[in-house]
Design a protein around this ligand. Structure first.
Ligand code: SAM
Length: 394
């Protein structure tokens, strides 16, 4: 029997970019719903206290609802909130951050600063990952699926990446469907496609089926394992980290999960010494080259896991004045003990996952770190993702 239709008013957004509404004590999560919409929904999956619902009709659209710029928006899994004005996106992200941090990190709302808007709302990404299906179509995955949505261009990718999409689409038949030289699950470098040489890309066998996945990258990033995707907003983040750590000439700093030195190099220009810990060898090599090109000699690169790297610093008796840590989405986990063990006086924690960030903020407070301020950054406009940074003092 089909489940009944209900009319609800959407109150806010959750971290997946779905509208949140309440009706008779139950919470409903509704993809494509915008805070302020009055909508009719139908339950898709009923959990005890909440339900996943689908949007049937928009009875009264929110004033924040807009027509998405991108023709692929409702199919492509890349962006999730293009149907909201940028002001509404910013307000919704601020709300998400405040709710998560109040609930799980038990922080005072006063220390959460207003989100820093992205200097660019469109064409900001310097890295995208495209896929090719068996029909030879190239595009992005649909949401929660491995079906390819063929695209001609992407409105959040930088213009030069869109040029590359055009070129690579013209040569899609040259990309082997199941290249024999792909080993395991890791990314393998492909030789550049000859007629459009200079397009760096890498591929790996998809988890399911015979998809060859490949990604196009801007040249600047081609040799790093990780690099922030929004360079203009990244500059704001780097400036914030520098400003909050306020590193002096005689100070020793650690950059844990350093990547290719996004924070390491700017901090090394201020500090006596910076220890950079990173497990991706390519990222370390790229960082070392940049440091060498800039004549910097005060960086100690450690190609190892964060846990091991912190343990080594402890064993060597290194006294740290400051630390910045920027882990992947899983957060600090067992690394947190290693950080606390080294007791850097000033600690900046950067994260792209509010949930694990909130958990770790709570634990750091329990270990005696005082949280001074939390700064959200809109690193990923048109999506529900948000970047966070916090300053702690011991
Ligand atoms: C979110 S990125 C941050 C990179 C850098 N701070 C930046 O802003 O570009 C996380 C980095 O941690 C590295 N990483 C992931 N797990 C790690 C681990 N267990 N030990 C050391 N590095 C790790 C990844 O290779 C990646 O470079």
């Amino acid at each position: 029997m089909p489940l009944p239709h209900i009319q609800v008013v959407v109150e806010n957004l959750n971290s997946q970019g779905h509208g949140v509404a309440r009706h008779e004590g139950k919470v409903y999560f509704i993809p494509w719903a915008v805070p302020g919409d009055t909508v009719t929904i139908q339950v898709e999956k009923d959990h005890k206290k909440y339900a996943d619902a689908c949007l049937i009709t928009i009875n009264k659209p929110s004033p924040d609802r807009i027509k998405p710029e991108c023709p692929y928006f409702f199919k492509c899994g890349g962006c999730d909130i293009q149907h909201m004005s940028y002001d509404a996106q910013i307000a919704a992200k601020q709300h998400i951050v405040v709710q998560v941090l109040k609930k799980f990190a038990k922080v005072d709302e006063q220390i959460i600063q207003p989100i820093i808007r992205s200097p660019k709302q469109w064409h900001y990404r310097n890295r995208i990952q495209l896929h090719r299906n068996r029909k030879g179509e190239i595009g992005f995955y649909e949401c929660h699926s491995h079906r390819v949505v063929p695209v001609e261009a992407c409105l959040i990718a930088r213009e030069n990446l869109n040029e590359q999409i055009k070129k690579i689409k013209n040569q899609s038949e040259k990309i082997p469907l199941n290249p024999p030289f792909l080993k395991g699950e890791g990314w393998e470098e492909y030789p550049p496609l000859s007629p459009c040489s200079g397009i760096p890309y890498a591929g790996k066998k998809g988890g399911r089926g015979d998809f060859t996945r490949f990604r196009l990258e801007l040249r600047d990033d081609s040799v790093t394992g990780f690099g922030q995707v929004n360079p203009e907003q990244n500059q704001n983040l780097v400036d914030w980290v520098k400003n909050k750590l306020d590193v002096k000439k005689n100070e020793v700093v650690a950059d844990v999960f350093s990547g290719s030195g996004n924070f390491t190099l700017p901090l090394a220009k201020l500090a006596y010494k910076v220890w950079a810990i990173e497990r991706d060898e390519k990222a370390i090599l790229h960082g070392k080259k940049q440091a060498h090109d800039q004549g910097m000699q005060n960086i100690e690169w450690r190609h190892t896991s964060a846990l091991q790297g912190l343990f080594e610093l402890k064993r060597m008796g290194i006294r740290l004045d400051s630390m910045v840590c920027d882990p992947p989405r899983e957060g600090l986990k067992e690394v947190l003990e290693g950080i606390v063990d080294l007791k850097p006086k000033k600690l900046v924690y950067v994260s792209c996952n509010p949930a694990t960030f909130a958990r770790d903020v709570f634990l750091l407070k329990e270990k005696g770190y005082e949280i001074k301020t939390i700064q959200p950054f809109d690193m990923f406009p048109q999506t529900a993702h948000v970047e966070l940074a916090a300053l702690f003092i011991f």
